[in-house]
Design a protein around this ligand. Structure first.
Ligand code: ATP
Ligand code: MG
Ligand code: MG
Ligand code: MG
Length: 477
């Protein structure tokens, strides 16, 4: 039996050969036309049955969602919008689907509804396109780093350090909740969590990746990270995937170059390799825009945005310059930017970031040299003693997509910083060893994978670009 995927079939001109396809029914029209999809492409193959010659008991079982095996001759299609079809000679129903109970009807469902059907929403065009693109981006990321001489390091998920955690960590515990160990004050002794140690789920693989960069030169991690943040934004998840390259002997400029080249390369990969899915999402995006008032519509289509990012330099602006721009820009109540003004030293809010990217520069922006006080302890202090060599890459519609820095390589300065941040130095003895033995400048960044997928697919909510989102509302299964 000559079973091939629908993706292969659609580009085949092997007419009048018998083929077998297996997939799920999307629609069944006029007791004659089955639109079958097997996940290999956004497109369905049309399978034409001869009503007279087909067993009526089989016809009754051809319902949306049913799994079928179809055999027939491949023929050139006369219908609009498709190149080939199958003239069916044999149908086998592999799995029935009760049309009254099947949640995914052949109509447009809201994303809110589909989030409650996370296990079935992948059977819709939008989610299959998004998840195929997510998979392609994941491949492109590994491909980019491998081709550029990086090693993939698997940093731990369970970690004893919470230096970076800032109170956002998920505790990992082996304690019996019914009978937890208590300290002298009668409180639960969490230091006993993991066979005698306090442990958490990782918020970032950076510190461990740094130690590997200081031996292998160029490394990257690409793994799940966890943040117990109770934030209900369209850009935050409690469980998300992060890509974290770390490079020995790279300064902040080289780090910005890497981030820009990396993002452009992986977006270029999907533009070249995922045309059908991107075309579909582009159309979806345009349809969505049409429903908005004219002054809120995006100036570019999804494809135009992707091409724009690839073809144009990201604008590099210091934090201090950005503050000047914000101070000189009048808040505009009509637009969404109402509280633009901010003072030097303050952390930028997402409306500030979006103003810089979407209204002022109209392109991706890399902000660098942030005040030391609002950034993490490990960032390289500048000669001014006030700012650190930090960078954030800001994207239209998303805001922060990358956070990175050149790391503090000087042991004495780092120890001083650790003290100021009230971190227990003993917890970081292993990290500090990289500064004790053969220290050197190095830099790296973290890119939130889901935010990249959001940008690449034009999806507005981060919950819709990860298979099973983890947020305060979505953790049932
Ligand atoms: P934000 O300011 O958006 O909360 P952050 O500054 O806390 O992000 P970093 O610690 O710099 O985040 O992490 C690096 C990257 O990881 C971010 O630039 C972002 O792309 C991504 N990221 C951070 N937190 C989340 C989250 N809760 N869900 C999804 N992605 C995230
Ligand atoms: Mg955050
Ligand atoms: Mg941030
Ligand atoms: Mg950040």
């Amino acid at each position: 039996m000559n079973r091939i995927s629908i993706a292969e079939l659609l580009v085949s001109d092997n007419y009048l050969h018998e083929v077998t396809v297996k997939g799920w029914v999307r629609t069944f029209r006029s007791n004659r036309f089955i639109a079958l999809n097997d996940g290999s492409t956004i497109k369905n193959i049309q399978c034409v049955i001869d009503f007279e010659k087909t067993d009526p008991s089989i016809i009754k079982r051809i319902t949306t969602g049913a799994a079928l095996s179809i055999t027939g001759l491949l023929a050139e299609s006369v219908g609009a919008g498709q190149s080939v079809e199958i003239q069916v000679s044999k149908i086998e129903v592999l799995g029935d689907s009760n049309p009254e109970k099947y949640p995914i009807q052949p109509k447009k469902h809201s994303f809110e509804f589909l989030r409650e059907q996370a296990h079935l929403r992948i059977r819709t065009n939008t989610f299959s396109a998004v998840m195929r693109l997510r998979s392609a981006l994941s491949f492109a990321i590994h491909d980019y780093f491998t081709k550029n001489g990086f090693y993939n390091v698997h940093t731990p998920i369970i970690t004893g350090s919470d230096a970076e955690g800032a109170g956002e960590m998920f505790r990992v515990s082996t304690l019996n909740p019914m009978n937890p160990p208590k300290n002298e004050a009668g409180e639960i002794d969490f230091t006993q969590d993991f066979f005698g140690k306090e442990t958490n789920l990782t918020v970032s693989g950076q510190l461990e990746a740094e130690t590997y960069a200081m031996a292998l030169g160029k490394v990257y991690t690409f793994g799940p990270t966890f943040r117990a943040e109770n934030s209900n934004t369209s850009r935050h998840l409690a469980e998300f995937w992060m890509i974290e390259p770390e490079v020995a002997f790279n300064n902040l400029d080289a780090n910005m170059d890497l981030a820009e080249d990396f993002i452009k390369s992986v977006l270029k990969y999907i533009l070249e390799n995922c045309k059908d899915d991107l075309d579909f999402l582009n159309q979806r995006f345009l349809d969505e825009e049409k429903t908005k008032p004219a002054n809120q519509r995006s100036e570019m289509s999804l494809l135009e945005k992707l091409n724009f990012v690839i073809e144009n330099n990201f604008k590099r602006v210091s934090y201090t310059e950005a503050i000047e721009i914000l101070k000189n820009s009048k808040p505009n109540k009509k637009k969404k930017f109402q509280y633009l003004i901010t003072e030097w030293g303050a952390d930028l809010q997402s409306e500030h970031e979006r103003f810089l990217v979407e209204t002022h520069f109209k392109c991706p922006v890399i902000l660098f040299d942030y005040p030391a006080k609002i950034k993490a302890f490990y960032m390289r202090l500048n000669e001014d003693g006030k700012t650190v060599r930090a960078m954030d890459v800001l994207f239209p519609g998303i805001g922060e997509i990358v956070g990175g820095s050149q790391r503090e390589e000087r042991l004495d300065v780092l120890l001083e910083k650790i003290k100021t941040f009230e971190i227990d130095e003993k917890e970081l003895w292993w990290y500090l060893d990289t500064r004790r033995f053969g220290t050197a400048i190095h830099s790296g960044f973290g890119l939130g994978f889901e935010r990249l997928v959001q940008f690449a697919t034009g999806m507005g909510n981060i919950r819709d670009v990860i298979p099973f989102p983890r947020t305060p509302q979505n953790a049932e299964f």
